[in-house]
Design a protein around this ligand. Structure first.
Ligand code: CMP
Length: 187
């Protein structure tokens, strides 16, 4: 059984609650930025760090298939520094909160059932240009379209069970890292 620290440690029961928590986190980040606005170096450091961080998940299919070690090896071989990592088992509601942006899509039920169907590993990853670098290493969402040498080409079975997740923008990377990690959990 994994550790559950989602949405600041409280259990989220509805998508609306998850969105509320995410909005709170965004406001907190804005306040932090404003409080540092007189400190040029702090602003520069924060901008630099944000651009170099992304969020990843080793999904339940890959954990179940014993692929965590191989995928972590690919991540570190790819030049990423692991800033945060934990094994968790999402509830259905927590998965619905994380993927709330897809709630109108026809695959939402299937996706959240799969993501809450077993443990996964959540990761905060650091590298220059981290968002693109991690997406390049993962490969296309549909493994049938993924390039040779990518994680999804090697480890994923289908578009629905595609081994790994990665943030699609720097803004979402911040939101997704904050959804799963407290500041203390990032080294
Ligand atoms: P991920 O990068 O985690 O972001 C959203 C997920 O939705 C995506 O990976 C896929 O696993 C899943 N997904 C996207 N399109 C489909 C689809 N057509 N059918 C099932 N799942 C999908």
């Amino acid at each position: 059984m994994g550790v559950k620290v989602v949405g600041g440690g409280s259990r989220i029961k509805t998508i609306e609650e998850a969105i509320h928590v995410l909005n709170g986190l965004l406001e907190k980040q804005e306040r932090f930025k404003r409080s540092k606005s007189n400190d040029i170096h702090a602003e520069e450091n924060m901008a630099e760090q944000v651009g170099n961080l992304t969020f990843g998940i080793i999904k339940p299919d890959a954990v179940r298939g014993g692929k965590v070690g191989s995928i972590l090896q690919r991540i570190t071989d790819g030049g990423f520094k692991i800033r945060g990592m934990k094994l968790i088992h999402l509830s259905k509601r927590e998965a619905e909160g994380f993927y709330a942006v897809h709630r109108e899509r026809p695959f939402f039920g299937e996706l959240t059932k799969f993501m809450s169907g077993g443990p996964c590993v959540v990761l905060a990853l650091e590298k220059a240009g981290a968002v693109k670098a991690w997406r390049d290493l993962m490969g296309a969402t549909d493994p049938a379209k993924a390039d040779e040498g990518t994680i999804r080409k090697e480890f994923a079975a289908s578009i629905g069970e595609n081994a790994v997740h990665g943030s699609d923008s720097e803004e979402n990377a911040q939101i997704e890292i904050a959804y799963f990690f407290s500041q203390l959990e990032l080294v």
